[in-house]
Design a protein around this ligand. Structure first.
Ligand SMILES: [Zn+2]
Length: 426
């Protein structure tokens, strides 16, 4: 039976640290020390595992890298490196009845399945996590764990906390209830992603971009994908495990990728550049629509049922009038989720495109590295000859600038049009 860390691809150092922390946390529980943590804190560190939490709390800034366990963690790394996989695996290890993350006990299985009563998972659906959501979460996280171990709060995309939500979270992290553990995921510890004060209270677990060979290996082992397909998908996905799996399995995802990689040869003039921009935006919209429309419909009919739509009589009509506000609220949330899905789809396309120009650049430089996109390597080679290293680099930078502009809230269509023109002109 593979344990809960088995899917954390190419992250040996992080896994070692998390295993050690899980063992220390289990020792804390065995000693009953967590409940006495404030006393321990006042008394100063004693013993090994028992002192771990107290030592962390006592250290200025809350971080002591030598201690095994602490109340607040940040998992950082590039998209697809497995930040949320790591956080969930660690959550499971904390709830594991053996204290190891065996992958098989009820604690491990309910945590990974998302049904453990003491594990709260925050996955923002819109562009940010609001203060209301965070306050409710912090409040619930302070309660005694019903399973007798830990209250674990996993916050995916902690970089999408609003400032007010970040402050609500900070308060909880500064004065953590003795049995509560916060696990945050963010791209980096840059102040744009996570506030300096939250960062200073957390231990950071940096994840790296897993090598293509490690990604291919897990696709073969876990998903039963043929080795040659797995290898191609792992390289094309540039270390993004989830994306590699989608490329290996989903013909639609492969088709969308091919359309993106056809962009460089379609850029024959100004008109073609604008056409390519429209095509890219519309493809991202269609992909996003496909990914959220089912959930939208299900949510809406569930809410309407709950509000008594379809009922007859005066009661139902009255309820429906009062329900307009709730439906509006749902629509707002769904719109925010759709925007997010569109941005994510567009960003995947831009990462693919950046890979193409990176291939052209490495070929122009005759760098001894494998191409990202083996299937368009010949085209990238032709580009390298035509543009030289400098021209390839300018194009790569145009794609990266487009990503940065969208991240900074420039309207996607405007950013993509500017990029396409730059790619055409060089
Ligand atoms: Zn277990």
């Amino acid at each position: 039976m593979p344990d809960v860390f088995a899917d954390l691809v190419g992250q040996d150092e992080a896994v070692t640290e998390l295993r050690r922390a899980a063992a220390a946390a289990a020792a804390v529980l065995r000693a009953g020390a967590a409940d006495r943590a404030p006393a321990l804190l006042a008394a100063g560190p004693v013993g090994d595992a028992e002192s771990a939490l107290a030592a962390d709390d006592a250290a200025p800034g809350g971080v002591d890298p030598s201690a095994g366990m602490t109340h607040a963690w940040i998992f950082t790394g590039p998209p697809g490196s497995g930040r949320s996989v790591a956080a969930r695996a660690f959550a499971a290890a904390l709830q594991c009845v053996h204290g190891t993350g065996c992958g098989d006990c009820p604690g491990c299985r309910t945590t990974l399945g998302g049904t453990h009563a003491d594990v709260r998972l925050v996955v923002p659906e819109g562009l940010s996590i609001g203060v209301g959501e965070m306050r409710a979460l912090v409040l619930r996280a302070a309660s005694t764990p019903s399973g007798g171990r830990w209250q674990v709060v996993v916050i995916e995309d902690a970089d999408r906390l609003t400032e007010a939500a970040g402050n609500a979270l900070l308060k909880a992290i500064e004065e953590p209830p003795p049995r509560t553990v916060f696990l945050l995921c963010a791209p980096s510890t840059h102040p744009d992603d996570i506030s300096v004060t939250i960062r200073s209270r957390c231990r950071v677990v940096p994840l790296r971009q897993p090598p293509a060979t490690a990604v291919a290996e897990v696709l073969v082992r876990r998903d039963g994908i043929a080795p040659d397909v797995a290898q191609w998908a792992a390289a094309a996905a540039q270390g993004h495990v989830g994306r590699a799996r989608r490329l290996a399995r989903d013909p639609e995802a492969r088709k969308r990728r091919e359309a993106v990689l056809a962009v460089p040869r379609r850029l024959t003039g100004v008109g073609a550049a604008f056409d390519a921009a429209s095509a890219l935006i519309e493809a991202a919209e269609a992909e996003a629509e496909a990914s959220v429309s089912e959930a939208d419909t299900t949510e809406r009919s569930a809410l309407e049922r709950a509000l008594g739509a379809g009922g007859t009589g005066r009661g139902a009509a009255g309820a429906m009038r009062g329900a307009a506000g709730q439906l509006k609220e749902l629509e707002k949330r769904q719109k925010s989720r759709a925007t997010r899905a569109q941005r994510d789809a567009l960003d995947r396309a831009l990462v693919d495109l950046a890979g193409f120009y990176r291939d052209a650049l490495t070929m122009a430089l005759r760098a001894p590295v494998d191409p990202v996109h083996t299937d368009t390597a010949a085209l990238a080679g032709a580009g390298a000859q035509k543009w030289d290293a400098e021209g390839s680099l300018r194009r790569l930078e145009a794609v990266l600038a487009c990503r940065a502009a969208i991240e900074a809230n420039v309207k996607p269509r405007i950013a993509v049009e500017a990029m396409m023109l730059a790619l055409w002109k060089g």
